[in-house]
Design a protein around this ligand. Structure first.
Ligand SMILES: Nc1nc2c(ncn2[C@@H]2O[C@H](COP(=O)(O)OP(=O)(O)OP(=O)(O)O)[C@@H](O)[C@H]2O)c(=O)[nH]1
Ligand SMILES: [Mg+2]
Ligand SMILES: [Zn+2]
Length: 360
């Protein structure tokens, strides 16, 4: 592949992608990164310019699930027209990581949050938003996608130092190895520590509830953005500025940062790596359970239940673990059933199309 320009390398197209892109047919196509997703169009960057893009029909119609479509952070193959001012996306290259969540409500499908993220900043504000159980849910989602989590605790200006330290200790009490950083956009404290975490060619994303200060942080870090517009925000019904769509921004230091709208509902963990990676002490204890397939709910000789009983694991953390485990089992089951149905439906359509062709 001779089309790997310094421009796209600077955007993060590193060795992993070169090794995993497979034998791509680059005839007439170029590699570009999706930096924003609108309702029916995309903004790509080819390493030099922002270009608006649309999907080729084939990709749109063959997609069995939103997973098959491009999202922010994706690397795509695109054809460029009109002196590089417009493009058509032909294919999505393999992803190093994919952040997704269940679509809200009962429907079983995914909504993509971002692709090819190296580090996720999970932001909770130190005042009203601080919640260990929600933190655990975010961690499960992030670890599920094999992304490194870092916890940013915002609005430190609203609390006394002692209370801030207490909250950090609460997290470290249950997850000793987590990287936790308190900061304030208002007083600009801790921002240098956040900046020190950012490395060129790496992609970071901001996750967390609405109103915790993600976009404000992004604006503090931007200083002089290398490309793209101001962050796009709209007023909600209460007149507050909220982020309405995801976009990737390249910072002066060379790191890429993706801002996200606040996520209301988390769930739909499809595999257990995230849960096991977040509740490591429970995984370790299960080794000591009497039965190999212990579900830690009511079994005799369960080491986890024993640890809850003697206070080694808090009741709330245990309940959160069981809840997510159940959701994961249920979700996995219904998701695979849906996938199977979709595939059968796809086959049916193909057969019908074939018949139609033959009749012509
Ligand atoms: N006291 C204090 N307020 C802050 C701080 N950072 C942000 N805010 C305020 O919190 C409110 C929400 O900030 P945003 O940056 O829009 O929050 P967000 O996380 O991007 O919210 P969504 O886009 O809805 O997901 C704004 O009124 C900010 O001024 C901070 O460090 N301290
Ligand atoms: Mg925002
Ligand atoms: Zn057990």
């Amino acid at each position: 592949m001779d089309k790997i320009t310094n421009g796209i390398k600077a955007l993060g197209f590193g060795k992993w992608f070169q090794d995993n892109a497979g034998p791509v047919d680059l005839e007439g196509l170029d590699i570009a990164r999706v930096i924003a997703v609108h309702k029916e169009s995309y903004i790509l960057n080819d390493g030099e310019n922002d270009v608006s893009a649309e999907l080729i029909g084939k990709l749109l119609f063959s997609a069995a699930s939103p997973i098959d479509l491009p999202t922010v952070g994706d690397w795509v193959l695109a054809a460029f027209y009109d002196k590089g001012t417009f493009s058509i996306i032909h294919d999505v290259l393999p992803r190093k990581s994919l952040l997704k969540r269940k679509t809200p409500g009962k429907r079983v499908d995914f909504q993509l949050i971002a692709a090819n993220i190296d580090v996720a900043f999970i932001v909770q504000s130190l005042d009203t938003d601080f919640n260990l159980r929600r933190l655990e849910r975010y961690l499960v989602m992030v670890k599920d996608s094999h992304i490194e989590p870092i916890i940013l605790l915002s609005k430190s200006d609203l609390l006394k130092t002692k209370d801030i330290n207490d909250r950090v200790a609460e997290i470290h009490n249950i997850m000793p190895f987590l990287h936790v950083l308190p900061f304030s956009n208002e007083k600009e404290t801790g921002l240098k520590d956040v900046r020190d975490l950012l490395a060129p060619q790496k992609t970071y994303c901001l996750l967390g509830s609405s109103g915790v200060g993600k976009t404000t942080l992004l604006n503090r870090l931007i200083g002089d953005a290398v490309f793209t517009t101001r962050t796009v925000r709209e007023k909600d019904s209460k007149g507050r500025h909220v982020t309405t769509y995801r976009q990737l921004i390249k910072l002066e230091c060379g790191a890429m940062l993706i801002d996200n709208p606040g996520i209301r509902e988390l769930g739909g963990f499809s595999v257990e790596t995230g849960i096991d990676g977040t509740f490591t002490e429970i995984v370790e204890l299960s080794e000591l359970c009497q039965f190999n397939d212990c579900t830690h709910v009511n079994e005799k000789g369960c080491a986890v239940l024993k640890a809850v009983k003697n206070g080694q694991i808090s009741e709330e953390r245990y309940q959160n673990y069981i809840k997510m485990k159940k959701e994961s089992d249920y979700y996995e089951m219904s998701y695979f059933e849906k996938r199977k149905r979709d595939k059968q439906f796809g086959k049916l359509i193909k057969t019908l199309m074939k018949h139609k062709k033959e009749q012509r």
